[in-house]
Design a protein around this ligand. Structure first.
Ligand code: AR6
Length: 169
């Protein structure tokens, strides 16, 4: 099942893992990354320091500490640079790798933010289409692995883009 909801991903309770739109250092930042580190507490940073960073398009897992969820999957989206630097493939890879890591850890219910569409400036309509298509393909290829994927979106405009992508075929 694929769905969207409006809200703060750090408050989501009924999932096994939330995904963080991190940067390559995995040491925290602004936006959703900052909110996740604040809500999880300093132990999250202690653990992510040990992860050795993360390449753009890849994903790594940690505990959730003071978050209401057991795990955080940290992925690094591409910075939008006009679209000719492989941004679309790298964003698809974020979703694919996040779900591969989830599957490897028996995580069946997962919540994503809108990766790369904040300070990384990926156009939200394009990002939503890539996100939805990539997750749909992964769920078709792994029919027994996942129960629910939810996009937890921070503003109405972003939610509208993901709803449009979900309803487009
Ligand atoms: N819950 C859900 N969505 C949120 C929340 C929240 N609490 N806070 C922000 N968003 P961004 P990026 C939305 O900038 O573009 C960080 O500094 C936000 O409105 O967080 O991938 C990292 O360390 C937007 O729709 O992530 C990296 O350096 C979406 O989350 C860099 O930003 C993504 O915005 C990553 O940039």
């Amino acid at each position: 099942m694929l769905q969207t909801e409006l809200g703060d991903i750090t408050k989501v309770e009924n999932v096994d893992a939330i995904v963080n739109a991190a940067n390559k250092s995995l040491l925290g930042g602004g936006g959703v990354d900052g909110a996740i580190h604040r809500a999880a507490g300093p132990e999250l940073l202690e653990e992510t320091r040990e992860l050795g960073g993360c390449e753009t398009g890849d994903a790594k897992i940690s505990g959730g500490y003071n978050l209401p969820v057991g795990h955080v999957i940290h992925t690094v989206g591409p910075v939008w640079n006009g679209g000719s630097n492989n941004e679309e493939d790298l964003l698809a890879s974020c979703y694919r790798r996040s779900l591969e890591v989830a599957k490897d850890n028996d995580i069946r219910n997962i919540a994503f933010p809108s990766i790369s569409t904040g300070v990384y400036h990926f156009p939200v309509d394009k990002a939503a289409a890539i996100a939805v298509n990539t997750v749909k393909v992964m769920m078709e290829e792994n029919p027994d692995a996942f129960d629910r994927v939810t996009w937890v979106l921070f503003d109405e405009e972003t939610k509208k883009a993901y709803d449009t992508a979900l309803n487009s075929d």
